[in-house]
Design a protein around this ligand. Structure first.
Ligand code: GLN
Ligand code: ZN
Length: 761
């Protein structure tokens, strides 16, 4: 093993090329297999990864990238940050770990939240003044040895100490004002212990990830970064340190790390390309290795190797060694494009998944070492693929482009709200505190089987339609029986709120095996948005229209918003996101128009991902929010005043996007709120929001059925902030993951509570 990094990737998918780990986990959780069987499968997944990466020719193979659930949870467990409600359960180490992730009878799990601006979710460690940090678990050392037995000397990857604490939250018993970062010294002691054990095991390099510095950080946080790496750098017995920052430009953190004693620095030169414009920030790298993250770890396009090499060449004089890497871990892309047989071959030739990205890195590493000529064939093939994508006819739809080019501001403006409100009141005639749901009803096994059978040809189109109509009729009947005011069709035809629309629009490709871990054993298969987007025909109208034919109550049409469609897809990088968003928005606008023409008077456009795409740095946010809001308004401004536009947002902490929520100009906004006890309403009032609002009155993530009295209390609390004319009554989110028995009881409580509170108005 040389001491050079040469070529490497910052991390690799870990769920298994065929989702082997997912199945092994779920089988273990349901009691169908033993811990030994689960551990055996995990070992196979790891072995396969190490062999693949070493055989591909990477100079430095990352280690410790495997996880049974989440790398932040792993870090907490490694360093002893297990809250007493879990350590006291008397379970073995693995079950304690799973209890932290998934909860146990008497212990609510750690909170889960999004990993920076990705769709991956991590578990939030709870740190208090009494958290006893120590090297409590030696998995990183054991996995290093395990790989070494296979002949692969890995570079163990850990979440860095400062990012670890910045992502943690204060334990419940922590005193006012306590910050997890206050415990930096103690955490560093534990890291130091691990570093020394890794050194003893023969580890040459380790990688410490500090992506938290791609976001805005205070002086004291930057000081913590400085102190941490000085301290770790000064340890006498330690492996060489590579610090990695990704998901953007490290800003001031770059200077801090460049002047620290670390031997290598991994930079994201895709999302954080702007670092290249400040070469002065890189000066401290003269005696270090710069791992240039030139291959995009977040998207699926083949790299323009020639351009990447040109960038790498500009760095050569700046750093002691220039190595090539991915911009971030490859966790965020699927395993292998070769596993795809259904994608159009031309589109497929433009793609690189994790396995292909490893080859790209290896090629770039060789080019740097041996010169361009040594890899001339690979460079030419990559350039040809990039050029082919840029000029391919299938990517272009002239009508879609012209529509975007001819847009004017008034296309994204509706009439004044007062006029709309009156027209809607007239058309809908709803009681005060109208009740509704967020869209989906339970997706029963029967519904899923019918969809699968339709896909594989097991049932024909007519039989499929009959089956879906039966389901819709049942959902409508249930809602009428419960006494809801605005009904939904239940979304039985949708596998996923983004995938479904992508499958019915031009410009998207679907994968068969393109799974990406979302959290734990949960994976998603994002569509690939490769070309101009257009909607060949109406998508949802047949279902909504059928539901409306069964009832006199208004049925709400359900659409997914443009920002969410972008957020949960792999998106083309050859034009500004704003232009792509506008194309998607026009397709959704046409759909809203068709729903209206079919007699649908209420249309909901969901934007649960509005906040997820929010740039990590405040000075990029204005621009993002401008186009995101504009796209939503474009999608929703083509309908008559009397058509009521709803939106649904899936989070309760929205301080950063609150002005944008107002700017969406939806007639009714439903938003997660049950867990925060309606506090969202005060926040909305503070910025002058004066439209309909439906703060979720119960948490659908839990199987618990609320009592009517408890919901009524929440509604009374809500009425302190919002007049009855504007207050809607709905659950926190869609019901698709729940069972019918609980849904029926919960909605019964909800409707009962609304009726009781209405009587007392
Ligand atoms: N209409 C969607 C549903 O009810 C909304 C899902 C979401 O908010 N994530 O399932
Ligand atoms: Zn939701």
């Amino acid at each position: 093993m040389t001491s050079m990094i040469g070529s490497t990737v910052l991390g690799y998918p870990r769920i298994g090329p065929d989702r082997e780990l997912k199945r092994a986990l779920e089988s273990y959780w349901s009691g169908r297999s033993s811990e030994a069987e689960l551990r055996e499968e995990a070992r196979r997944v790891r072995t396969d990864t190490w062999r693949t990466l070493a055989d591909a020719g990477l100079d430095s193979v990352p280690g410790n990238t495997f996880s049974f659930y989440d790398q932040v949870l792993d870090t907490a467990v490694t360093f002893g940050a297990v809250p007493p409600r879990f350590s006291g359960l008397g379970l073995g180490p693995l079950d304690t770990y799973f209890a932290m992730a998934r909860g146990a009878d008497s212990a609510v799990p750690l909170e889960m939240t999004k990993w920076f601006d990705t769709n991956y979710h991590y578990l939030v460690p709870e740190i208090g003044p009494d958290t006893r940090f120590r090297l409590a678990d030696r998995t990183p050392v054991e996995q290093y040895r395990e790989a070494l037995e296979l002949g692969v000397a890995t570079r163990p990857v850990l979440v860095g100490p400062v990012t670890f604490l910045l992502l943690s939250k204060p334990a419940e018993q922590a005193p006012e004002g306590f910050r997890p970062l206050d415990r930096l010294e103690d955490v560093l002691d534990a890291y130091a212990e691990l570093l020394s054990e890794l050194r003893d095991a023969g580890v040459e390099w380790i990688q410490l990830d500090e992506p938290a510095f791609a976001a805005d950080r205070s002086e004291s946080e930057l000081d913590a970064l400085r102190a941490a790496y000085r301290r770790l750098g000064e340890l006498r017995e330690r492996p060489r340190l590579m610090a990695a920052g990704y998901f953007g430009d490290l800003g001031e953190g770059l200077g801090v790390l460049a002047s620290s004693p670390v031997e290598a620095l991994g930079l994201d030169l895709v999302a954080g390309r702007s670092a290249l414009e400040r070469p002065a920030a890189l000066y401290g790298l003269r005696d270090k290795t710069l791992v240039a993250g030139l291959v995009d770890g977040r998207n699926v396009w083949r790299t323009d190797l020639d351009a990447a090499l040109t960038t790498a060449a500009t760095l050569l004089g700046l750093a002691g060694e220039v190595a090539v890497g991915t911009s971030c871990s490859l966790l965020h892309v699927p395993y292998d494009v070769e596993a795809e047989s259904g994608i159009d071959p031309q589109v497929k030739s433009w793609l690189a998944f994790a396995r292909q990205k490893v080859d790209e890195v290896v090629t770039l590493g060789r080019a740097l070492r041996e010169g361009r000529d040594a890899v001339a064939g690979e460079l030419a093939a990559a350039s040809a693929a990039v050029a082919d994508r840029m000029r391919a006819e299938g990517v272009r739809n002239h009508r879609a482009q012209e529509r975007v080019a001819s847009l004017r501001p008034e296309h994204a403006r509706r009439t004044d709200y007062e006029a709309r409100r009156r027209a809607q009141e007239e058309s809908l005639r709803l009681p005060p505190l109208p009740t509704t749901t967020i869209g989906s009803f339970p997706q029963t096994a029967g519904v899923r089987e019918a969809r699968a059978a339709a896909r594989t040809g097991g049932i024909d189109r007519a039989a499929y339609i009959r089956r879906m109509r039966e389901e819709i009729a049942g959902v409508v009947e249930l809602q009428e029986r419960l006494g809801l005011d605005v009904l939904v069709h239940g979304e039985p035809e949708r596998n996923d709120m983004v995938q479904y629309f992508s499958e019915h629009m031009e410009g998207f490709a679907a994968t068969d095996q393109g799974w990406v871990q979302s959290y734990g054993s949960r994976c998603v298969r994002p569509p690939i948005l490769f070309g101009d987007v257009a909607r060949p025909e109406a998508i949802t109208v047949e279902w909504a229209e059928y539901a409306q034919s069964l009832t006199d109550k208004p049925v709400k049409g359900m659409l997914t918003g443009p920002v969410t469609i972008l957020a949960w897809s792999f998106v083309r990088d050859d034009q500004p996101l704003a232009d792509t968003a506008a194309q998607v928005a026009l397709a959704i606008r046409d759909e809203a128009g068709d729903l209206e023409a079919a007699g649908i008077r209420v249309v909901q456009v969901d934007e649960p991902a509005l906040r997820e795409l929010l740039p990590l740095r405040a000075d990029h946010r204005r621009q993002y929010l401008d186009w995101a809001v504009e796209a939503f308004r474009l999608a929703t401004s083509g309908v008559a005043d009397s058509t009521q536009i709803h939106t649904h947002l899936c989070y309760s902490e929205f301080g950063d996007v609150i002005d944008a929520i107002v700017a969406l100009d939806a007639d009714v906004t439903s938003i997660e709120a049950a867990r925060s006890r309606m506090e969202v309403l005060d926040d909305l009032n503070a910025v002058g929001f004066a439209r309909g609002v439906g703060p979720g009155v119960y948490d659908i993530h839990s199987p618990r059925v609320p009592e009517a009295e408890e919901v009524a209390d929440l509604l009374r609390a809500a009425l302190k902030a919002v007049p009855a004319q504007r207050l809607w009554v709905n659950p926190d989110c869609g019901l698709k993951t729940r069972g019918y028995a609980e849904v029926e009881s919960a909605l019964h409580s909800m409707v009962g509570a609304a009726a009781a509170v209405r009587r007392s108005l």
